[in-house]
Write a protein that binds this ligand. Structure first.
Ligand SMILES: *Cc1c(COP(=O)(O)O)cnc(C)c1O
Length: 407
């Protein structure tokens, strides 16, 4: 097995081993090449780096702290630490790459950021970045999701973004992607399609990873300062995979650090449509413009997927994760809905921190590692806060935890 990680990845065509690349219409290839060139220029430009660093510090509130979870550590018999991305402005890690993408768009002279959103988390982070940087912002969202995620729709509108309903088909995320893509094709010169994770065609898996790698760069220094060592284990949840790549990248060369990615097992791994465990159960294929592991149906089309965490239910995954899986550098496991909800309450009640249900998947898996006798330190990426999830959790799981109906 090859043990070294090549920091030069992806290659010039956007490949991590056999994964990644750019499978898009000819007219978009040219636009993607322009974005790649602009990004390369930005990342060499001291003024760009300085501006991003300023915003991370004074707008987002970075560095986010690492917290030693005393009560969890005592209960589970091993040191457990949390990287607190939930404390960022807007409440999650997504602001890290949205600010980067907005600055690249501005530098390219674009007028408008566009994106799709499911639960509205990416939409709110992008609308925030657009407001700050001074760009227009169109967010495409399924009509069904607009009704379900009312508070995030209101946030985006207050921030000045347009929320454009996708009204065809099942009226959820897939239709929103179609609508956003169609709008993008009409004017790729004045708009930038700001992809919300380490997915999509080159250069997005690289660019989003680079903007998110601030998480691991900070964590490596902070953890050494706190303990004198590196963590024995890293754990992060994997939807598209951006918060995970953000934490993992700085540690890939540290062979003594075990790295774990956690996918959602939903209601059941045994049934199609009841989970979104792409790396665990999928196979290589092409969708949304890139090659990676994916969950396919009989026709080779994307499977229906499900997770209690809407930020994790994606039928593919960032191509670098596929590469790291095949290489054996990262091990990928799962946590199901119930395990995530149990972890959600465990962290709330033992540490006074309400996590996003996405992040609770990482926590659930870390607690499983501890129960299995993993004695080393565990650093968990707490990708976001749980405010967005409280009504849903109480309505569906409150009784189990002694919360009677409040109305
Ligand atoms: C969107 C989201 C995720 C999943 O996205 P990744 O790209 O896999 O990181 C995880 N946690 C939170 C809080 C999110 O909002």
């Amino acid at each position: 097995m090859k043990n070294s990680f090549d920091h030069a990845l992806p290659n010039a065509e956007g490949y991590f081993g056999e994964y990644g690349g750019s499978f898009i219409p000819e007219e978009l290839q040219k636009v993607m090449a322009q974005i790649t060139a602009a990004y390369e220029e930005c990342r060499q430009d001291p003024a760009f780096k300085e501006e991003l660093a300023r915003l991370y510090k004074h707008f987002v509130g970075r560095p986010s702290p690492i917290f030693h979870a005393d009560n969890l550590s005592e209960k589970y018999g091993t040191p457990i630490y949390l990287k607190r991305e939930d404390l960022n402005h807007t409440g999650a890690h997504k602001i890290n790459h949205c600010l980067g993408e907005a600055l690249v768009a501005k530098k390219m002279g674009k007028k408008k950021l566009i994106a799709e959103t499911g639960a509205g988390q990416h939409g709110v982070a992008l609308a925030t970045a657009a407001a700050l940087v001074g760009l227009e912002c169109d967010i495409y969202m399924g009509e069904v999701d607009i009704a379900k995620e009312h508070p995030n729709v209101v946030r985006m509108r207050i921030l000045g973004a347009n929320v454009i309903p996708a009204t065809h088909g099942r009226k959820t995320l897939k239709e929103a992607v179609d609508a956003a893509f169609e709008a993008y094709l009409k004017d790729p010169v004045n708009q930038l399609y700001a992809i919300g994770s380490v997915v999509g065609p080159h250069p997005f898996p690289m660019m989003v990873r680079d903007f998110q790698s601030i998480i691991g760069n900070e964590a490596r220094v902070q953890f050494k300062e706190m303990t004198g060592n590196l963590p024995n284990n890293l754990v992060a949840c994997v939807g598209g995979g951006s918060n995970a790549m953000g934490l993992f990248t700085a540690f890939l060369d540290d062979q003594d650090v075990a790295i774990h990615g956690v996918e959602p097992a939903g209601r059941s791994l045994a049934e199609v449509g009841e989970h979104a465990a792409t790396l665990t159960l999928g196979e290589p294929g092409v969708m949304h413009g890139f090659k990676s592991y994916m969950l396919k149906d009989g026709q080779g089309e994307p499977q229906e997927v499900y997770s209690v965490a809407s930020g994790l239910d994606y039928p593919s995954v960032g191509p670098q994760h596929s590469y790291l899986k095949d290489l054996g550098r990262v091990s990928y496991g799962t946590a199901d809905d119930q395990e995530a909800i149990d972890a959600f309450f465990e962290l709330s009640r033992l540490e006074g921190i309400i996590p996003a249900i996405e992040s609770a998947h990482a926590l659930a898996y870390a607690l499983k590692l501890a129960k299995q006798g993993e004695k080393g330190s565990i650093l968990i990426n707490l990708s976001g806060r749980g405010d967005k999830d409280i009504d849903f959790v109480v309505e569906n799981y409150g009784k189990e935890y002694g919360i009677e109906s409040l109305i």
